[in-house]
Design a protein around this ligand. Structure first.
Ligand code: FES
Length: 129
């Protein structure tokens, strides 16, 4: 079977370069997905001692404000309540103090502390995940 030069070039291009182009597109999509940061804002943070919102827990004390991920360090359940002054995971009962330290397992690691900025004009805290 004889093919024209043009057909050969087209087939050569499809076979040689297309997988690389597709790979680049997939890598770009994955990279942009991973690097996209979620921003959580909490208004009126200064009025409550403990605030749960989405994936974060904000704790205000006399020493200042701490922000933690609400993701339990055991298996990742969302911590969304305080019981007897402790942050308690609803899944397996791990408990953390209000500084994020583990009090009872099965979690072995402290809660992840997050960085934040405060917009004093809007009275809100901004957390970039
Ligand atoms: S996921 Fe929180 S204690 Fe298991």
């Amino acid at each position: 079977m004889k093919i024209s030069r043009k057909d050969f070039i087209i087939r050569f291009w499809w076979i040689t370069f297309l997988p690389y182009v597709l790979l680049l597109i997939l890598m770009e999509k994955k990279h942009s997905f991973v690097s996209r940061k979620k921003v959580i804002t909490i208004q009126g943070i200064f009025s409550q001692a403990i605030t749960f919102k989405e994936e974060v827990i904000c704790i205000k004390s006399e020493k200042g404000l701490k922000v933690f991920s609400s993701k339990c360090t055991h298996l990742g359940c969302k911590i969304d309540k305080v019981h007897n002054g402790k942050l308690v995971c609803p899944c397996h009962g791990s408990a953390f103090d209000l500084k994020g330290n583990v009090l009872n397992g099965p979690a072995a690691k402290n809660l992840t502390e997050l960085t934040y900025t405060i917009d004093h004009d809007l009275n809100e805290i901004i957390i970039k995940l």
